[in-house]
Design a protein around this ligand. Structure first.
Ligand SMILES: Cc1cc2nc3c(=O)[nH]c(=O)nc-3n(C[C@H](O)[C@H](O)[C@H](O)COP(=O)(O)OP(=O)(O)OC[C@H]3O[C@@H](n4cnc5c(N)ncnc54)[C@H](O)[C@@H]3O)c2cc1C
Ligand code: FES
Length: 274
């Protein structure tokens, strides 16, 4: 579904990272599920032409200045990396933009359990917040959050407010433990903590390391991928990645926008660069 959204707030939550709250129709809030994404038109002109994909950070309804009126909303957490996201950072309260979504296949929440483990790298934490909010209703949730430095580890307090147990690491040691988030995860799993499912989102090398750990430990694992997207709905094949059975003779491609962005880690070939 395509709709016109109005900016409620667009706040820099950490240097170079913004949290954008948009009005959304009630049917969007009802239809959305964790791990799905939206395609946002960041400019009314033809430059940039293509919409930009962003995971759904949160959805809900909020109070307004009128006692009996509630406003459905959609939150996006984004990092400024280029032209489109720089334009997005310039949006203010009351500005409008076109949004297409919710799109794609999100996370499967599975059976309630004590061992739901989330792993997020940098802005890869974005789709994990909405997932955590759903999972904590019935499960105990642990979050492993990593980033280059303290400015890249986002919204940890929000996860903690949900009751999520958090473990933080940074490459430069400016927040939490110094080192890779996957090293902290491995140590945690080695303690026999009874993890039942791993959910991961972040840079491809991090996802590959998480998939290796899941393969070794036999813990089911879902990963959320990023790829360049033009249409977001399975029409242009611009976002394909190699599936696990891919070879020159028998190509096996998956569309990140339609078959994903969330995949079981066993569905994919990890011998590719994204
Ligand atoms: C399903 C999905 C969900 C996403 N969710 C989020 C999110 O929640 N928050 C967020 O900040 N970003 C998210 N992204 C990435 C986001 O779409 C890109 O950062 C954005 O499109 C960049 O637009 P730009 O015009 O600013 O950058 P451009 O000027 O187009 O490119 C700037 C730099 O970013 C890199 N880049 C651009 N697009 C992508 C992409 N799709 N994947 C990997 N690298 C890219 C380019 O290689 C280049 O180095 C998501 C991507 C996908 C596919
Ligand atoms: S972005 Fe067009 S097919 Fe996925």
């Amino acid at each position: 579904m395509n709709f016109k959204a109005t900016v409620i707030t667009n706040v820099e939550v950490s240097p170079g990272y913004f949290r954008l709250r948009l009005t959304a129709p009630q049917f969007f809030v009802t239809a959305a599920s964790p791990g799905q994404f939206v395609m946002v038109r960041v400019s009314a002109s033809i430059d940039p032409l293509l919409r930009r994909p962003f995971g759904i950070f949160d959805v809900g309804v909020m109070a307004t200045e009128y006692p009996d009126v509630q406003q459905p909303f959609l939150d996006i957490l984004y990092k400024v990396v280029g032209k489109g996201t720089a334009m997005l950072a310039g949006f203010h309260h009351g500005d409008q933009m076109e949004v297409l979504g919710p799109l794609g296949k999100g996370f499967g929440t599975g059976e309630p359990s004590e061992g739901k483990v989330l792993v997020g790298g940098g802005v890869g934490l974005a789709p994990l917040y909405y997932l955590a909010r759903e999972l904590v209703k019935e499960s105990r949730v642990h979050l492993f959050a990593g980033g280059r430095g303290r400015d890249d580890v986002l919204c940890i307090t929000e996860f903690e407010r949900l009751g999520v147990e958090t473990y933080v690491s940074t490459d430069d040691g400016t927040l939490g433990e110094r080192g890779l988030v996957t090293e902290v995860l491995e140590r945690y799993l080695a303690n026999g903590t009874g993890a039942k499912t791993i959910y991961a989102c972040g840079p491809f090398p991090m996802l590959k390391a998480v998939a290796e750990i899941a393969g070794r430990t036999g813990i089911p694992c879902q990963v959320s991928l990023e790829a360049y997207m033009a249409c977001g709905v399975g029409a242009c094949l611009g976002c394909v990645v190699k599936g696990r059975d891919h070879s020159e003779a028998t190509p096996d491609y998956r569309c990140v926008c339609k078959d994903g962005p969330v995949f079981d880690h066993t569905e994919l070939s990890w011998e590719q660069r994204l």
